[in-house]
Write a protein that binds this ligand. Structure first.
Ligand code: AMP
Ligand code: MG
Length: 348
């Protein structure tokens, strides 16, 4: 069931020879973290070192997930409680760098990636392992939060002191923490002496180093059908992240309500069904996929430029595919799939 939800599936071909029987082969491992299945592959690594590194990063993922969790008690929920008091406080060292980077990306996205809308996400019922069934949040409660317009701009960080001027601010790092964690994990792997690796967390992944003599091919889930829409080539030191309206959603009277909220309306963003971003940095790719999903087919190019993102594919609600020329060069649609394409100007 978990596998059925994966937005991107690393094509099996990429795992050819995925076994640990020598320094030149691939070492493969899997574990659950960040609420999803994480696949780890190392190349040309001593099997003992690989096993040790895999265990270390499984622990790292687990710790980061707890520290940054949006609703289970941890350092982020403690920080949110302090922010609500509207008095300056000394930031928690495990949370501070994450919210600093989230704030920077939020500014670049024009607040379409807005990590301070935790209260809206709570109202929609997504701060729960179970999905809300059959009930919509109160319209007025949504309107009241939208009017308070929580923003990363309300949170000022000087050295390690944090102050907040907006009582509606509540951090939810769900759109970005997985990317940020994968960047951290890659630093950790390098520090352990691992140079060639791919870490794939529920279909969102980053690859470093070499992986044979051909690029990775990554399958992108079709947002409206079973299976894959297309496969995309990524080169080394690249991350690929997808945001989709199929991931966490519920339906009432035939209308789909999903987990990516437009901070300007307080309702799920309704002009895209999936957005895929390739970028060197996983945190940027993750935040940008969410921001461009909210921006939609009419506005994604400006937001992508501002966030420094050049490789994008956006599927709109009519099934039209919008993408950059760089993405078009890397993409191969599945046999029988020939969508209407709109290719943008190059963004750099
Ligand atoms: P993603 O799948 O990376 O697009 O992240 C979606 C998750 O991020 C949701 O489950 C919410 O926890 C949170 N979220 C929803 N809308 C936004 C938004 N506009 N900006 C930042 N985070 C959001
Ligand atoms: Mg994201």
């Amino acid at each position: 069931m978990m596998l059925a939800r994966l937005p991107v599936i690393l094509l099996l071909a990429a795992f050819a020879g995925a076994c640990s029987n020598g320094n030149n082969s691939a070492y493969h491992d899997q574990f659950f973290a960040f609420g999803t299945l994480v696949d780890v592959t190392f190349y040309g690594t001593d099997p003992d070192l690989a096993a040790q590194a895999s265990e270390a990063i499984a622990n790292d993922f687990h710790t980061l997930h707890q520290e940054w969790h949006a609703w289970q008690p941890g350092q982020l929920t403690a920080t949110n409680a302090l922010l609500a008091q509207l008095e300056p406080f000394r930031g928690d060292p495990v949370v501070l760098p994450v919210i600093r980077e989230a704030n920077r990306l939020a500014r670049l996205s024009g607040d379409l990636f807005n990590p301070t809308i935790g209260k809206l996400v709570t109202l929609w019922g997504f701060h729960d392992n179970a999905l809300p069934v059959g009930t919509l949040p109160d319209r007025q409660a949504i309107a009241a939060l939208v009017a308070q317009a929580p923003s990363a701009k309300d949170v000022v960080i000087r050295d390690d002191m944090v102050s907040n001027s907006n009582p509606a601010v509540q951090y939810d790092l769900g759109a970005f923490a997985k990317g940020y964690a994968i960047d951290r994990i890659m630093e950790r792997l390098r520090s352990l002496g691992i140079e060639n690796a791919i870490v794939n967390a529920g279909g969102d992944l980053r690859a470093i180093g070499r992986h044979g003599n051909r690029p990775w091919r990554v399958g992108i889930r079709h947002p409206r059908q079973k299976g894959i829409l297309a496969s995309i080539e990524i080169e080394t030191d690249a991350s690929i992240f997808t945001s989709g309206d199929y991931e966490r959603h519920f339906e009432i009277d035939g209308t789909r309500y999903h987990h990516i909220i437009d901070p300007r309306s307080g309702y799920p963003a309704d002009t895209a069904t999936s957005v895929t971003v390739i970028h060197g940095n996983a945190a940027t790719a993750d935040a940008a996929a969410t921001a461009l999903f909210v921006a939609g087919p009419g506005h994604w190019t400006g937001v992508a430029r501002s966030m420094g993102v050049e490789l994008v594919m956006l599927v709109d609600t009519s099934g039209v595919i919008h993408m950059t020329p760089g993405m078009q060069q890397r993409i191969r649609f599945e046999p029988g799939i020939s969508p209407e394409l709109r290719i943008s100007e190059p963004l750099s």
